[in-house]
Design a protein around this ligand. Structure first.
Ligand SMILES: [Mn+2]
Length: 443
């Protein structure tokens, strides 16, 4: 991994014209890492182009120097005057300026060059280094990747990313799955570039961009492996002038009013069943429409509020996002298997963050039936076999440990499972929703 970073430092040193790209539907880590790196590279006299065909999403408007990211490729290749010499030969080419005009003179070596011998064409993009940031796959680069082969053919292709499913699609791949964000990796990269040269690279704008990515991807230092190093880097960035308050204000404290009203509706109708440690709520399409809410995601309200209610181990939100299409979001605390709850309805996901989807059934009819089924399941007991085994092992109950091990067919480790859960709860969209035929559920 260190070696990949060193290779990237070398590639940057050797490159003249660098292109920075990130994934479609960009978030604060995507743009924060692009902007941080772009500003630093310009200080070591690199020609840098940063492009996101998605333009500037409204919620990222607070990132400093956003103007660095362009939404089109135009203006980045040469216009070439091509002369066909099969009939008449070129002797020499020169140019002179005349007021606002530039005259290019083509002097023939024999017979006069004719207009029909000439043609204007566009040259290749002359990037010698292309860096994809925060992209788990090349597909996440979107149209710019699929429609512009010429961008990548002449360049060294580098990927800097922290997603664990990254298949190392580039030529040089620096994938650090322990890093909480790509922005954090860019901090390390800029540090290496700074150590090698004599120019000071970090500044307030770079620091704010990188801290924005770091704060966003960790949900404000709540998710992911928050190591002393993560906090140390955040501290360094604040020391460099990163505007933490402005970042937090923009990332977490600027929700559209309709979304907040939807939260209010979900929260005011939440029902807590203390004996089962279950809290649940539901929101219908009529409500979404009444509040004119375009955002129909219920992930934030369940992650940030409902699952944190005192005494709650299982939180469920049922939402009718489209006519007669019901989405269930399930969040559970450590030790309670939420994936198993989602599985009751043919859904799935991770242990502490899962989901399901039920179609073609009126919301009013199905709501109570879903919760009844969850209640029935919870009454039977719902411990995670691995965690129960861990506890039993501590108590010296080896027989139950053996039984638990027999149940485990997928072989994933506890650490792996917990890591998946943390990542899942970090995901924006309901995880792995799977359709269940309504008839099956009602029966
Ligand atoms: Mn990221």
């Amino acid at each position: 991994m260190e070696r990949a970073k060193e290779q990237i430092v070398t590639a940057i040193r050797e490159a003249k014209n660098i292109l920075l790209l990130t994934h479609t539907n960009p978030d604060a880590d995507a743009f924060g890492s692009v902007l941080g790196l772009s500003l630093a590279l310009q200080k070591i006299n690199k020609k840098v182009s940063s492009i996101s065909l998605d333009g500037h999403p409204k919620d990222l408007g607070f990132l400093p120097r956003l103007d660095q990211i362009s939404s089109e490729l135009g203006g980045r290749r040469d216009l070439v005057l091509q002369i066909d010499q099969s009939e008449r030969k070129v002797g020499s080419i020169s140019y002179n300026t005349e007021g606002d005009k530039v005259n290019i003179s083509i002097t023939p070596s024999g017979e006069e060059i004719r207009e029909e011998d000439t043609k204007f064409v566009y040259g290749n993009y002359n990037f010698d280094l292309v860096i994809a940031l925060d992209c788990a796959t090349e597909g996440m680069l979107g149209r710019i990747y699929t429609e512009n082969n010429g961008l990548f053919s002449n360049a060294t292709f580098v990927s800097i990313d922290h997603h664990k499913d990254n298949p190392n699609f580039a030529k040089i791949n620096w994938v650090d799955t322990e890093a909480t964000s790509t922005s954090r990796m860019i901090y390390e990269l800029i540090s290496s570039l700074e150590n090698e040269g004599s120019v000071k690279l970090f500044d307030k704008d770079i620091a704010t961009n990188l801290l924005a990515g770091l704060i966003f991807d960790t949900g404000g230092f709540r998710h992911g492996p928050i190591t002393p190093r993560t906090l140390d880097i955040a501290a360094q960035l604040i020391e460099m002038g990163a505007d933490r308050e402005m970042i937090v204000q923009n990332l977490f404290k600027s929700k559209p009013l309709p979304t907040v009203k939807i939260w209010g509706k979900i929260l005011s109708e939440a029902r807590f069943e203390p004996e089962l440690k279950l809290i649940w709520s539901a929101i219908s399409l009529i409500d979404f429409e009444a509040f004119e809410s375009i955002d129909r995601s219920t992930n934030d309200v369940i992650n940030e509020v409902l699952s944190g209610v005192d005494g709650v181990e299982v939180a469920i939100v049922l939402s009718e996002k489209e006519p007669n299409k019901i989405f269930g979001s399930v969040r559970t605390v450590k030790g309670v298997d939420g994936a198993a709850i989602a599985k009751l309805f043919n859904g799935g996901g991770h242990m502490n963050a899962s989901g399901f989807r039920i179609e073609d059934v009126p919301f009013a009819e199905i709501e109570d039936k879903i919760i009844a089924k969850v209640r029935e399941y919870l009454k039977k007991g719902h411990s995670d076999p691995i965690l129960a085994a861990e506890e039993n092992l501590r108590d010296g109950d080896f027989q139950s440990v053996k039984e638990a091990l027999r149940e485990l067919t997928n072989g994933s480790s506890i650490q792996e499972r917990h890591k998946n859960d943390i990542e899942a709860s970090n995901e924006k969209d309901t995880v792995n929703t799977v359709q269940m035929p309504a008839a099956e559920l009602i029966s």
